[in-house]
Design a protein around this ligand. Sequence first.
Ligand code: PEP
Length: 250
Amino acid sequence: MRKPLLAGNWKMNMTIPQAQDLARAILAGFRGDTGREVLLCPPAVCLSPVHRILGQSGIMLGAQTLHHEASGAYTGEVSLEMLRSAGCTHVIIGHSERRAIFGESDSLVARKMRAVLSGRMVPLLCVGETLAERKAGQAEEVVARQVSAACAGVGTSDALVSVIAYEPVWAIGTGETATPEQADDMHAHIRRVLGGLYGEQVADSVRILYGGSVNEKNVDELMKKPNIDGALVGGASLKAESFARIINYK
Ligand code: PEP
């Protein structure tokens, strides 16, 4: 019922030629399995060039962020229609690096969420607690707050198409992965939060990805868990061989 989604977040890495080479190499390792979805999220300037490489392969293209307004005097920002014209169908929203480094608040994340949904694109909403919050026993409360805040003003049909990525901050880029059990427990908690907001159908239907040091060695174990519907991958998505193994997980 929930089609697995494997997404690569390239962050601020790759020039245009490098990004095209990486996309070509990933494409070569993609078996075209229709039972799972694959998404690449290159830096903004690489979107259109990578889109040309992906063509009709079935691998989808996503942006790493956007500005919630349609157009105007927002120097340096990129709007939803610009992303669509570059070939994007998905947008990552609320990545912990955007929250921590660029000061994105829950309410700004909610505005971006609504902008993506009203433009009929798919938001990939990132949530996750810091190490200090986990140690203080606040992980579930923090994640529930982030999910509820991002869903403010989002109706049931829009919630159904949204994707959530649980990315504990302490596991991002650290090499320290949450155990499959820790991730599955938090995903079950997120389903309970969605159930409270929208009811059981949404709770059972929304795809929840795990992100945080996913690699070719741990992906199979993570993907065995019933509440884990895919992965959002940073570092390992920059290596074609690793990412190809991830998208072809067993
Ligand atoms: C990310 O940035 O979304 C991420 C999960 O990074 P990494 O896989 O490198 O931990």
